[in-house]
Design a protein around this ligand. Structure first.
Ligand code: GDG
Length: 731
């Protein structure tokens, strides 16, 4: 039976050992809280670390823990050594990735031993998961602790459905590139079939880094890798709204707190976070102090309840934050406090769930002003808890949640005046307006709750899987190849069309660097020596280059996407007379684009002009290509010219001439027993389309195609051709 295997660094339950006794308690944090309800409704199993270091548990304790987790929490744990806990969790995860991905570059440490531990722990996860994952299971990996795991698993389980979700922001390329192990991290994540982020901004940042650092292109959320496609999309995480709206409690502690805080009819501002520098707690306190100065009428009239949940207490920056918060709270209370009024009520502890909801219900204003936050669930939980529809959410624009909760008062957390003004507005907001704003947001978070979020992700993962299967079904399998070989050997006359760049050789930064290598020479030699074979190189290149590089083989050729053809006799001719006078008009336009796009250049062929941008900045290249295309389309509208896009090129050439038409020069010549056409880009689609039904048309790479089959990479083309020539010797 198919299971969903959720994988995260920490399990939703934490195991602690106190005075020799083992204790189990619910883990705190967005991921654990958010996913626990979805997870209970699915046939699933959670794999992660339970919080105890391996050297702290004896053999029998380990078995008890494992049994209890399996039976009561459908979870499997692994044990991480204390040393790796320090280097991996407190180290690479929280001293390198966490600050860097939240734009706190000054806190980010780049140390080889931390990285090594990160690799080691990801491997440990992989190793242990391999014993658990069944052939039908789906694996959903969570968060920044396990970014190498998708690739590690993919290597061992090529057919398994793997999804990955990042709960924190993916930073812009300018930040991400600082990481010494940036390629490894990207490749690690790309092991997944589907990669999810909270917002489209993070998707953009990720695909941009992939393009710039690994050279993989993406279109409509699909990244074309060498051997498969990875999908990437935004899934703004929701919460279990019902859990918050239906929570009931009447705790004495809260009632007492309420009475004390509401003295003098005080308004209550609520601030709840894990104690983390990204949450902007210090800045929030500073802003609160500023607010009391700017609007003194609120002195004695408003209280800030500040809950800071202990987090990552082993990391120094967190310890320093704690100290600063303690001091700042003391200062504010010292400066403004009176006998009957304490401006800040500060609790450094984790609240039980029902108290948390009571607090949400008590706060007239929720001040959620992180400096950077992947999503921020507190903002959504506040709204979900307000069954009275009251309360005002003041939300930082740096939180992913701001994209969805635009009816909140959105602020820049670094702008003290703006936040202070927002507080004043919030505290004076009429009840009707509060309700109106909240209703819209509440409906939204109810609709896209955590279950919808997770189901949406699972649906997209299944879709990514079916795409992979579809592509997989057309990938030249062993059986199909055996059939192709059989047909090849049965044929007494064989016609073989081969595109050159991307099909027989990989792309090179400069077109003139893609010369045939000795392996290709040998292959073409063998293939063309067979008298039954008519081999045609059908390329977009100019005649001179083709002749220089391939003229010594017994091949037919077609140059410039079908403008020219050359039979084996060695004589070039044009398929139909065409002009090139138009070039004088188009060339200066392209030259302007060359000047504005460093790294791009023009290639001039007899009947076409090509603008290459492979070496330009990839994003600028794309923008300019689209601009140039628009300009050229305008200029060529009344001429018999076509503007077409290729792999990092834009080409203007004569209309009505293409590889498909050129191929007819050979296909019409006689009745062939065996026809094969192999190519990799859109210009080869004309070729595939022109092929008779029984021909073996083969697309190199992924992406939509009219070809019957796919192979992945030029190396695979060579293997296929090699196989054909080898078997010939055997027959
Ligand atoms: C990461 C990303 C992203 C807080 N105090 C108490 C308590 N909590 C619970 C809240 C909430 C969770 O902790 C905090 O979630 P956040 O989303 O605000 O922040 P992170 O922990 O940093 O989470 C974040 C999230 O992952 C999900 O993808 O939104 O951007 O950084 O659920 O309820 N729970 C209890 N007592 C507390 O005192 N019981």
């Amino acid at each position: 039976m198919q299971r969903l295997i959720l994988v995260s660094n920490r399990l939703p339950v934490t195991v602690e050992k106190r005075k020799g006794e083992i204790h189990f308690k619910q883990s705190v944090g967005g991921l654990a809280t958010g996913l626990s309800s979805f997870y209970q409704t699915y046939n699933s199993l959670w794999f992660g670390w339970c919080g105890l270091p391996s050297n702290h548990v004896k053999g029998n304790e380990r078995r008890t823990i494992e049994k209890r987790l399996r039976e009561h929490h459908a979870s499997h744990t692994l044990f991480i050594s204390r040393n790796d806990q320090r280097l991996f969790y407190s180290g690479f995860c929280n001293k390198t990735i966490w600050p860097l991905f939240h734009y706190f570059t000054e806190y980010a440490e780049f140390q080889q031993n931390l990285w090594q531990s990160y690799v080691r722990v990801n491997r440990l996860f992989c190793h242990q998961l391999l014993d658990i994952i069944g052939p039908e299971d789906i694996v959903w990996i969570h968060d920044y602790h396990l970014m190498l795991l998708p690739h590690m698993l993919r290597e061992k389980l090529p057919a398994t459905q793997i999804g990955f979700f990042l709960h924190i922001p993916f930073p812009s390329y300018e930040i991400f590139r600082l990481l010494p192990w940036r390629q490894e991290i990207l490749n690690g994540i790309l092991g997944s079939d589907l990669i999810g982020f909270h917002t489209y901004d993070y998707v953009r940042h990720f695909t941009s880094s992939v393009r710039r650092l690994l050279g993989y292109e993406h279109t409509f959320g699909q990244i074309a890798l060498e051997h498969r496609v990875a999908k990437v999309d935004a899934f703004p995480m929701g919460i279990d709204t019902e859990r918050f709206s239906t929570a009931q409690s009447d705790s004495k502690w809260i009632n007492d707190l309420q009475i004390k805080c509401r003295q003098n009819n005080c308004g209550i501002i609520l601030s709840i976070d894990r104690l983390d520098y990204t949450k902007g707690i210090i800045q929030r306190l500073k802003t609160f102090r500023y607010f009391l100065e700017k609007y003194p009428e609120f002195q004695n009239r408003v209280t800030l309840i500040l809950i800071a949940v202990p987090s990552r207490t082993g990391v120094r920056t967190y310890q320093m934050q704690k100290q600063q918060i303690d001091e700042m709270v003391g200062q504010i209370n010292g400066q403004f406090g009176t006998l009957g009024w304490m401006p800040v009520w500060y609790f450094y502890r984790q609240m039980p769930f029902h108290n948390l909801v009571d607090l949400y219900r008590m706060g007239d204003v929720a001040l959620v002003t992180p400096l950077r936050d992947g999503m921020n669930l507190v903002a959504k939980e506040y709204l979900a808890s307000r069954t009275d529809n009251m309360g005002v959410l003041v939300l930082s624009e740096m939180a992913g949640a701001a994209h969805e909760l635009s009816e909140a008062i959105i602020v820049n957390p670094n702008h003290m005046d703006e936040v202070a003004d927002a507080l004043q507005t919030a505290l004076g907001m009429p009840a009707e307006e509060q309700k109106e704003r909240n209703r819209v947001m509440q409906q939204r978070i109810q609709r896209y709750n955590v279950v919808t979020w997770a189901e949406d992700f699972m649906d997209r993962l299944a879709h990514a899987r079916s795409m992979r299967d579809e592509l997989g079904a057309r990938i030249l399998s062993e059986d199909t190849q055996a059939y192709l070989e059989k047909e090849y050997h049965r044929g007494r006359s064989r016609l073989i069309f081969l595109d050159y760049d991307g099909t027989l050789v990989p792309f090179a930064p400069q077109p003139d660097q893609a010369k045939p290598d000795p392996e290709l020479d040998g292959l073409l030699e063998k293939l063309t020596q067979d008298p039954k074979n008519e081999v045609v190189i059908i390329s977009g290149r100019d005649r001179e280059t083709l002749e220089k590089w391939l003229g010594r083989f017994n091949v037919g050729m077609s140059a410039e996407h079908g403008v020219w053809v050359m039979e084996r006799s060695g004589h070039w001719h044009m398929l139909e007379p065409i002009q090139d006078a138009w070039k004088d008009e188009i060339r200066p336009v392209m030259e302007r684009f060359v000047d504005r796009t460093p790294g791009s250049f023009i290639e001039e062929k007899s009947f076409s002009l090509v603008w290459h941008y492979r070496k330009a900045d990839p994003e600028l290249g794309l923008i300019r290509a689209s601009e140039l295309k628009d300009t050229l389309l305008g200029l060529t509208a009344n001429l018999n010219l076509v503007v077409s896009e290729g792999s990092k090129v834009l080409e203007v050439k004569h209309g009505g001439v293409n590889k498909g038409r050129a191929s007819q020069f050979w296909t019409m010549e006689k009745k062939w027993d065996f026809i094969m056409a192999i190519g990799d880009d859109w210009t080869d689609e004309d070729l595939f389309e022109a092929m008779p039904e029984h021909a073996f048309s083969i697309k190199v790479g992924v992406g939509l195609s009219k070809a019957r089959f796919y192979v992945l990479g030029h190396q695979r083309v060579r293997e296929l051709l090699m196989q054909l020539t080898k078997q010939k010797a055997k027959v």
